[in-house]
Design a binder for this molecule. Structure first.
Ligand code: SAH
Ligand code: SF4
Ligand code: F3S
Length: 436
């Protein structure tokens, strides 16, 4: 009898990429994907620990899954990812949810297939979370969710230890793949009809700095640009401390390089940036963003901002708004600081009250939305290059895609997924451009 799997993936593109590997492993074992939880024989939850609200949402979901399993006892439930890479949380979940067949971490996907055999053949429960080894498993199978664009990991882990951030604790030391292995993977994708790749790392700019060879991110990009069938290259995330002018020039000069740079600001106050251990100050950030605006005027700059980091005063917050006002980000992800056990900032004094965080967050969101709308409005009447991704979520008569500069675009017409078309923008809202 056919067996079905479903994956619930939370968090960032790292988890999306891990889920594609898990899907590949499961399909190799004979499972087929199902959209619905109720028809699944196996469900894995891939978790995120970056903020407390992410974790709370996941606990809610686990309760639901355990209920579902009561009516379907043969179902296999598993949980992995960044939350369960933390020992205490893994143990708590293992004890609190006896219906959970396997609890795993971020660094043992290569053992998943074997673990599943043990669960099925020996009816055992498994807790398989181990210390992050720093190994790279390049050769695991992958099932991509789309057929025209794919995520490709280029480096794993993170060495930066921003004081608010759990990621280095759950994803381990930074380690880069080799250019050769990445190029092979992208060439394989190209041969299978893929046209766009998004290169992923917590800090793509430091790609290669952990290897003995004379390698860096720009060299990698130059190698990938050579692959004829790949028409668009994106990357995420850039750390301002490591972003080179050479990279900006490459994005400016190469048609295949998408004109979008995600450059997390985190805070506009140099004092707070220092306490965050970001290793740049307001000036350095502004100079970098100004250079991008000057060299690639058509590029979008997007960012991540945290409000309410411990010790953030009203004056510090105003510095953040000052940077937002100058750079006029085309879009921004905004967060209220969330205390993460085990990180340095969790022990800092002068934690900001929840009310104050909320009030600053709302002010920031208003400001950011205003610039997002201005950015979209500025595209009116312009020609843009869009790759067709599928139908819009709300209306399947409408097609949806991303412009070269990463704006969401809606349009109508007779196009295929993966087509790259030219549209003229005739309308906009804060979040969508309409093209014809
Ligand atoms: N490596 C990337 C992304 C890290 S996580 C980077 O350095 O930008 C994504 C975003 O979550 C971060 O950029 C940060 O803005 C936010 N974030 C991380 N930890 C947080 C915390 N404890 N509280 C609130 N936001 C946080
Ligand atoms: Fe977290 Fe900083 Fe690393 Fe990004 S660079 S993952 S924010 S520690
Ligand atoms: Fe979350 Fe892990 Fe990504 S903590 S943001 S899923 S690296």
């Amino acid at each position: 009898m056919k067996q079905y799997y479903h994956l619930l993936t939370y968090g960032c593109q790292m988890n999306v990429a891990d889920s594609e590997t898990i899907a590949g492993i499961l399909e190799e074992k004979g499972y087929s994907y199902t959209d619905e939880l109720t028809t699944a024989d196996l469900i894995f939850v891939i978790t995120c620990a970056v903020r407390d609200n992410a974790e709370q949402k996941i606990y809610g979901k686990l309760g639901e899954l355990v209920k579902l399993k009561e009516s379907k006892p043969h179902m296999i439930l598993g949980i992995g990812g960044c939350m369960t890479q933390q020992d205490e949380i893994a143990k708590r979940i293992y004890q609190r949810f006896p219906g959970m067949n396997i609890v795993f971490g971020t660094d043992n996907l290569h053992k998943l297939s074997q673990d599943l055999d043990i669960i099925i053949e020996e009816s055992k429960r498994i807790m398989d979370v181990h210390e992050i080894t720093g190994n790279i498993y390049d050769d695991l199978p992958k099932t991509h969710t789309e057929r025209h664009r794919a995520f490709v990991n280029i480096n794993f882990g993170c060495n930066n230890f921003c004081t608010y951030c759990i990621v280095p604790h759950v994803r381990g030391q930074e380690r880069s793949r080799s250019i050769k292995s990445i190029k092979n993977e992208v060439a394989r994708l190209a041969a299978n009809g893929y046209k766009e790749v998004t290169l992923l790392g917590q800090n793509v700019n430091s790609f290669g700095s952990d290897s003995d060879n004379d390698t860096n991110f720009v060299k990698l990009l130059k190698n990938l640009i050579e692959i004829e069938e790949i028409k668009r290259i994106r990357f995420m995330t850039s750390h301002p401390k490591d972003m080179s002018l050479e990279l900006i020039q490459l994005v400016r000069d190469e048609e295949k390089m998408c004109k979008h740079i995600h450059l997390p600001l985190q805070s506009g106050s140099s004092k707070i940036l220092n306490k965050m251990n970001r290793k740049y100050d307001q000036d350095k950030y502004l100079n970098l963003a100004r250079y991008i605006r000057k060299e690639i005027p058509q590029a979008t700059i997007t960012t991540d901002i945290i409000v309410g980091f411990p010790g953030e005063t009203e004056a510090d917050f105003l510095e953040t708004l000052r940077v937002v006002d100058e750079i006029k980000f085309d879009a921004a992800y905004t967060f209220a600081y969330s205390k993460r056990p085990g990180t340095r900032a969790a022990c800092y004094e002068n934690q900001v009250s929840e009310d104050e965080k909320k009030s600053r967050l709302y002010k920031l969101i208003d400001r950011v939305n205003m610039y997002m709308e201005i950015s979209n409005k500025s595209r009116l009447g312009q020609k843009i290059s869009v790759m067709v991704d599928g139908t819009s979520k709300k209306d399947n008569e409408v097609l949806s895609g991303r412009s070269d500069d990463n704006k969401l675009v809606h349009f109508r017409g007779d196009y295929k997924v993966g087509d790259i078309i030219e549209l003229e923008v005739y309308d906009y809202s804060p979040h969508v451009l309409w093209g014809k």
